[in-house]
Design a protein around this ligand. Sequence first.
Ligand SMILES: Cc1cc2nc3c(=O)[nH]c(=O)nc-3n(C[C@H](O)[C@H](O)[C@H](O)COP(=O)(O)OP(=O)(O)OC[C@H]3O[C@@H](n4cnc5c(N)ncnc54)[C@H](O)[C@@H]3O)c2cc1C
Ligand SMILES: *[C@@H]1O[C@H](CO)[C@@H](O)[C@H](O)[C@H]1NC(C)=O
Ligand SMILES: *[C@@H]1O[C@H](CO)[C@@H](O)[C@H](O)[C@H]1NC(C)=O
Ligand SMILES: *[C@@H]1O[C@H](CO)[C@@H](O)[C@H](O)[C@H]1NC(C)=O
Ligand SMILES: *[C@@H]1O[C@H](CO)[C@@H](O)[C@H](O)[C@H]1NC(C)=O
Ligand SMILES: *[C@@H]1O[C@H](CO)[C@@H](O)[C@H](O)[C@H]1NC(C)=O
Ligand SMILES: *[C@@H]1O[C@H](CO)[C@@H](O)[C@H](O)[C@H]1NC(C)=O
Ligand SMILES: *[C@@H]1O[C@H](CO)[C@@H](O)[C@H](O)[C@H]1NC(C)=O
Ligand SMILES: *[C@@H]1O[C@H](CO)[C@@H](O)[C@H](O)[C@H]1NC(C)=O
Length: 773
Amino acid sequence: MFLRLALSVLPLVGTALAQAGGPYTDPDNGINFFGYTELAHGVTYGYVFPPLVSTGSNSTEFIGEIVAPIAAKWAGVSPGGQMLHNLLLVAWPNGNSIVSSARYATDYVQPTAMTGPVLTTLPSSKVNSTHWKWVYRCQNCVTWSTADGAQSLPIGDFGVPAWAYSSVAVDTPSNPQSTFLEHTDFGFFGLDFSTAHVSAALYNNWAAGGTSGGGGSTGPTTTSTSTAPVGTPTPFDYIVVGGGPGGIIAADRLSEAGKSVVLVERGGPSTGQTGGTYQPAWAKGTNLTKFDIPGLFETMFSDSNPFWWCKDVNVFAGCLLGGGTAINGALYWYPPDSDFQTTAGWPASWGWHQPYTDKMKARLPSTDHPSTDGKRYLEQAADVASQLLNGQGYRQLTINDNPNQKDHVYGYSAYDFLNGKRGGPVATYFQTAKVRKNFVYKQYTQVLNVVRNGAQITGVKTNDTANGPGGIIPLNPKGRVILSAGSYGTPRILFRSGIGPSDMLNLVASNPDASPNLPPQAQWINLPVGYNVSDNPSINLVFTHPSIDAYENWAQVWSNPRPADAAQYLKNQSGVLAQASPRLNFWRAYGGSDQKTRWLQGTVRPGAASVTTSFPYNASQIFTITTYLSTGITSRGRIGIDAALTARPLIGPWFQDPIDKAVLIQGINDVISNIKSVPGLTLITPDNTTTITDYVNNYDPGSLNSNHWVGSCIIGTQGKAVVDENTKVFNTNNLFVVDASIIPSLPMGNPHGALMSAAEQAVTKILALTGGP
Ligand SMILES: Cc1cc2nc3c(=O)[nH]c(=O)nc-3n(C[C@H](O)[C@H](O)[C@H](O)COP(=O)(O)OP(=O)(O)OC[C@H]3O[C@@H](n4cnc5c(N)ncnc54)[C@H](O)[C@@H]3O)c2cc1C
Ligand SMILES: *[C@@H]1O[C@H](CO)[C@@H](O)[C@H](O)[C@H]1NC(C)=O
Ligand SMILES: *[C@@H]1O[C@H](CO)[C@@H](O)[C@H](O)[C@H]1NC(C)=O
Ligand SMILES: *[C@@H]1O[C@H](CO)[C@@H](O)[C@H](O)[C@H]1NC(C)=O
Ligand SMILES: *[C@@H]1O[C@H](CO)[C@@H](O)[C@H](O)[C@H]1NC(C)=O
Ligand SMILES: *[C@@H]1O[C@H](CO)[C@@H](O)[C@H](O)[C@H]1NC(C)=O
Ligand SMILES: *[C@@H]1O[C@H](CO)[C@@H](O)[C@H](O)[C@H]1NC(C)=O
Ligand SMILES: *[C@@H]1O[C@H](CO)[C@@H](O)[C@H](O)[C@H]1NC(C)=O
Ligand SMILES: *[C@@H]1O[C@H](CO)[C@@H](O)[C@H](O)[C@H]1NC(C)=O
């Protein structure tokens, strides 16, 4: 949920297995740069540093360049790889000259001028008919101070610098401090900064505007592979790739059935129970981490070191144990029967989901009062919203006691928290799997591709040679691989394994890291991987009401929570902080002009991400209703990879069908139709100068994202889908997918409840399928 930050603010973060940069020589100025040409837009980003020294102090400057096609209206870099609390450099052409500035951001908003860095544009900068080039010296740019202390570029180490790109011009090109819209694209590349140094003589010459002197290009750097001897790798009955909800449930049920199972997860621990240690200062001395404390949910999006996001997926995705369920809002809905019907796209054999939903409930019951004292806290927004909804003919119920009732109903938000802490599959299924002798868990291990001989999968290739020669984990003779790497992660593994549409496979073929492991073209398997995706479009409405406690918009909960609330939470996991921000959810069914039924879902919470109004308002009294279009949505998009193998949306799935948009506009108009009947209630975004239709039409498309992606490895029939009714990938013997990517259409609520029921059903079908281990 909470798409509020969406693409626009995806943190620019480091340490990814990003495309690697290497040395090159700029032919115009002869400078030996270390950098990367990003293939989506053809922009080159380069850096070169003075020598590393062993005595005295290291230099605090570097020379850099951005060489961009004219289509780039502005481009920028974060050599440190993050947007927040980092040196940011931006530049654009203005006539025949380059305008540039150093910027700094403490939040995902317009970065402002940064004091400290001294920028000098070097003479080989230029603008010609096809390109612009900014060659610059950046002094006082290696170390800078932040609110949390000094920060430095890793000049002697490996780094993951970020780039940002925009096809939209800045507002005032002549002004170095011009405002501009958020980047339209961004990415990262790996750079071994320890190699990006030249002699003092060369550096000083170039820094003073001189050219040449350096050697020619030495070609791209190669990643060194460990040559350490490895023992005989252990084969497994089942290799499960990805420790999100799909993978954890699959691995638990397979190991319960006595199979030998390895669960391979690219990320590290999350909650304290799994060895996680990342916690706010106020929780020191406890095992309570950011991932345990429900009230810290909103801080997932505002942190200077958000290591939990997958850096090579350009929408939000959790890359740590638990996947999305380690970092999400934990809204948890038992699926209605309609979620698994043929009308929703499921094969007929999936229709009777109840036994699987029951298995899930038995392991992980929901709660709509997560505080351990059973009380509800900070309920003002729920009270105000229910007054509004009562006037529209809604009735209140306990949502998960009545999963099939989803028209004109509202109820308290339900979660999968346990004992006032994040629960989810990590606190339940993972714990039972972990103690079995036939279960192995490998963390910090990334699967690159499956190893296959035509239709037969023999193992998976990982990035860790400690697993065996070439990093390969092998399968037992009748063994099977289950991909559970999520709606973006699983398609990427399939592409890298030669499975998917040829345009994606050709990108893999032209990638120097991935192509050696791609099967020969004769063995490519053409399936619609990445097509058929949907996600809920969602629109935020922001209100004020005098009764609301906006809880400082959740901005204080990490560093400076209300003392009594923090103390209460630490004492026995009760109080405001035992719950994520949502307080109330509602649903209503709508008939569209195409005779199809679509559902509207609403989520109500105190606080608001962004307020756009020309009128004054009281920030202590704001709350948000997020309106989503849910089940029945007809729009579909496409996801895939780019040349750097970053996974990303290729065609946004929101509002492709204008009827989806018309229904959501109708739904929003209904939500606010009786606003005057609730004394003191004011809609501030959009304010009364903007119609709902204009508001929806002008909504930033990236902000429509609800992070509920499904369908990229859709279940169905041969020729149309990616996996069959047993979740086996078509045209393979022993490759399966169990994650959100198989779900054919959006479930009624936030999806992980429906997904976990689907995972229970999938693993039952896989175990029942003959031919396995
Ligand atoms: C910000 C946010 C908020 C959300 N809020 C809610 C909510 O409140 N309620 C709700 O129901 N849903 C919510 N969702 C959606 C929900 O979390 C996802 O639908 C769900 O987690 C999908 O599960 P999955 O198993 O398909 O994949 P994921 O949860 O994405 O798990 C995939 C796992 O695979 C690992 N992995 C990926 N690639 C590899 C690889 N190559 N090798 C090894 N491991 C790999 C990842 O590290 C990750 O652990 C939210 C999602 C986000 C991002
Ligand atoms: C413009 O400059 C770029 C970068 O140096 C160069 O690659 C390109 O060939 C130039 N274009 C023309 C038309 O000279
Ligand atoms: C210079 O930086 C390198 C890399 O960070 C470091 O190893 C070295 O000790 C530094 N030199 C000094 C004198 O601090
Ligand atoms: C933290 O967890 C460890 C390991 O599970 C346990 O031994 C310890 O008692 C816990 N500490 C607290 C303060 O709960
Ligand atoms: C937890 O502590 C709070 C306040 O200190 C108290 O009101 C509440 O009853 C306690 N709850 C439990 C379950 O012990
Ligand atoms: C493999 O990738 C993971 C995730 O990116 C990383 O944490 C780990 O260090 C890598 N392992 C090796 C041996 O490079
Ligand atoms: C803003 O709201 C808070 C909380 O309701 C209230 O205490 C304060 O007086 C309000 N401020 C103004 C200027 O109305
Ligand atoms: C619009 O809202 C503002 C602030 O709430 C109010 O002052 C103004 O009178 C309203 N205008 C109209 C036309 O209703
Ligand atoms: C998925 O998309 C492909 C390509 O658009 C289409 O041919 C196929 O019918 C779709 N599959 C399903 C099950 O809708």
